[in-house]
Design a protein around this ligand. Structure first.
Ligand code: OGA
Ligand code: MN
Length: 295
């Protein structure tokens, strides 16, 4: 099966031609999608009709191992019965819109911070695949930032300074900056992971800045210098010309490379309108990103 990709932004993100991903099992087509991911970092597939199990099985076919140690699983079990299938919604188990003070809601609001999925785990996340199940009648967009373009735009001396730096990522950290409170037991399970500041895609050799609001400090720099550097880099990486904004249509299925992009949900009136999305994320195992050492 031939899939064509049409660019959605000058730098990255593309829309795939019509295909039912449930029926994609052949290695040639899966490899075409992987090559599309290497080139565009965000791929939009329209009109998909996955059940949660079909979505999970497609993720395994495309990219292997699944991320199951999600942050939310520490707070509550997935309503899909498998921690690999993440409920990205503002509804409770009965399908009702969450109360404004619900813990699940407050936790999920941190998706509005620029982040990458599963950078707080080792192995880190690779591809995330988000399916739009039920959309509100108002815009509830998701923005993506191209972290390869952000890396390329750095001055050579900055690139040299960043190569080899190690950054601590913690999902508890990004939530705490918003005032979310964890119990001691929860915090113990959310210690975070150490990640390189610069990653290199082993298939293309392209480098990217690996940042997120989960990035709490740079191990090789004292506080506050490291935190200030992280803030400057986040500002740089989310310049408007590096950002693609996705306006969701029902049936959209978006795959992004967490090593090459950041993303964030845009605000909408989430205490009024239901929004149900379902995500599966793979792990960066089997030909993982290389750690960039020198320019
Ligand atoms: C996610 C996420 C953003 C959104 O699913 O990982 O950050 O707009 N989603 O729902
Ligand atoms: Mn996310």
């Amino acid at each position: 099966m031939t899939i064509e990709f049409q660019k959605l932004h000058p730098l990255f993100a593309a829309e795939a031609s019509a295909v039912d991903l449930r029926a994609v099992h052949d290695e040639d087509t899966l490899e075409r999608i992987r090559a599309g991911m290497d080139e565009h970092a965000v791929l939009v597939f329209r009109d998909q009709a996955f059940s949660s199990e079909e979505q999970r099985d497609f993720a395994i076919r495309l990219d292997g191992e699944l991320h199951r140690k999600t942050g939310i699983s520490v707070l509550q079990k997935s309503r899909f019965g498998d921690e690999a299938i993440t409920d990205v919604s503002n509804v409770d188990t009965g399908g009702e819109v969450l109360e404004s003070d619900s813990r699940k809601r407050l936790y999920g609001l941190a998706n509005r911070l620029w982040h990458t999925d599963a950078s707080f785990q080792d192995p880190r996340g690779r591809y995330s695949m988000l399916a739009a199940i039920a959309l509100p009648p108002v815009a509830s967009d998701t923005e993506f930032a191209d972290m390869r373009a952000a890396y390329d735009a750095l001055a050579d001396e900055t690139k040299a300074r960043l190569a080899g730096l190690r950054v601590h990522h913690s999902i508890a950290y990004s939530r705490i900056t918003l005032g979310f409170e964890f119990s001691e037991g929860e915090s113990d399970q959310l210690k975070g992971a150490i990640q390189p500041m610069v990653l290199e895609n082993p298939r293309t050799g392209r480098r990217s800045l690996y940042l997120a609001s989960h990035a709490s400090r740079i191990l090789d720099r004292p506080v506050p210098d490291g935190r200030l550097l992280l803030r400057d880099l986040m500002e740089h990486a989310t310049r408007p010309d590096f950002v693609y904004r996705h306006s969701w249509c029902s049936g959209d299925f978006v795959i992004w490379d967490n090593r090459a992009t950041m993303h964030r949900a845009r605000p909408f009136d989430d205490t009024q309108h239901r929004r149900e999305m379902r995500r599966v994320t793979t792990l960066d195992t089997g030909d993982p990103a290389r750690i960039a050492q020198a320019v």
